[in-house]
Design a protein around this ligand. Structure first.
Ligand SMILES: *Cc1c(COP(=O)(O)O)cnc(C)c1O
Length: 347
């Protein structure tokens, strides 16, 4: 998180925190976040920004209730993409989902799915550092879990119907809230299911969420600091980089710095073989057996460089580095210098 944003929160805290979310000063922040996201992404005509409490994980359940009509196609290539598939598989009112799997470190290719009314993509598979570009391949609604990708990866929103993300990754805020950029076709699907006789818990009802979002509110109480910090970050991204293209250009510099560094070392290499699939926001770097990633991370941690551990379930000797928009390119370069130093001293 950018220290400037945290300082701003402290400054405005006594005006904002502890206030009811039905009060204008909180609604103003919700509106500021919605308008900032609309500006950052340059929303296509008719698209709108929905906000709901519960984060991406709650959104999977909400989508199973309120966006999948009958059957969904899922591209599974890691931990997070598998979770939405598990949510629709568990829903007794839906047909068994159609799952296309790819090995960790690779990206599945999209294809038409007969009988499916949703195509579920994951813009950035956070567990493996693989990007998947969402696209229309048939008439199904395109749903994209962009929790770690949004704000850092290029996207053509006209190819998507629901582009949803929590705010604690690319937007340098905290958890508990989900933003979803919703197309007119998706809004129509939401309204249609809401009018049908399917039971939908109100907390997970997207028609209720959309209705509240249009009034710059959430159905139930959000974390006001999450809203504020995200709005600060989005304004910073717009003001500093002039919109998403500018942010993505900077992300490419970070990616070149870390992957180029790994390729130039004989004890390190990018985990993702296909350069086009290598994430611009989460880099996964495999280390040679002779160098223990656990040991490198332990030394880093003891020196205040935190959380570059591999995804545990992947079970690889790997560094996994978050290089979201709030992370300076200079810090990515400093990180690689730190790892060089540690590896040299350990040898
Ligand atoms: C972190 C993450 C999630 C989970 O987000 P929550 O806010 O904890 O629900 C979902 N999908 C992806 C791709 C993520 O990176």
């Amino acid at each position: 998180m950018r220290p400037e944003a945290v300082a701003r929160l402290a400054e405005v805290g006594d005006q904002l925190l502890g206030t009811s979310h039905r009060q204008p000063r909180v609604k103003d922040q919700v509106r500021r976040l919605q308008e900032g996201l609309a500006r950052l992404f340059g929303l296509p005509d008719g698209y709108e920004v929905l906000l709901a409490v519960g984060g991406a994980t709650a959104f999977w359940e909400a989508a199973a209730f309120g966006l999948v009509q009958q059957r969904s196609r899922h591209y599974v290539f890691g931990e997070f993409s598998s979770k939405f598939a598990a949510a629709t598989a568990a829903a007794p009112w839906l047909e068994t989902p159609d799952v296309v799997k790819a090995d960790a470190g690779t990206v599945p290719s999209a294809s038409p799915a007969e009988g499916c009314d949703v195509q579920a993509f994951t813009h950035n598979e956070t567990s493996t550092g693989v990007m998947q570009q969402p696209q229309r391949v048939d008439d199904a609604l395109v749903l994209v879990d962009a929790t770690s990708g949004a704000g850092g990866l290029p996207v053509d929103l006209s190819q998507t119907d629901v582009y949803y993300f929590s705010l604690q990754k690319g937007f340098a805020s905290e958890g508990g809230l989900v933003a979803a950029i919703v197309s007119p076709a998706a809004a129509e699907r939401i309204a249609g299911i809401a009018e049908s006789d399917r039971y939908v818990p109100t907390f997970l009802d997207l028609a209720t969420a959309l209705d509240n979002s249009r009034k710059h509110q959430t159905y139930n109480t959000p974390s006001v600091s999450t809203v504020f910090l995200a709005a600060e970050q989005v304004d910073w991204m717009n003001d500093t980089f002039g919109g998403l293209d500018g942010v993505v250009a900077e992300q490419r510099r970070k990616a070149e710095a870390i992957y180029g560094w790994a390729e130039a070392r004989d004890w390190a290499s990018p985990f993702v073989v296909d350069p086009d699939a290598r994430s611009l926001v989460v880099a996964t770097i495999d280390l040679d057996e002779a160098v223990s990633a656990d040991q490198v991370n332990a030394v880093l941690r003891a020196n205040g460089v935190l959380d570059t551990d591999a995804y545990r379930k992947l079970g690889r000797n790997q560094l996994r580095v978050g290089m979201f928009p709030a992370v300076d390119t200079a810090d990515v370069e400093a990180y690689t210098a730190c790892v060089d130093h540690i590896v040299e001293k350990l040898a």
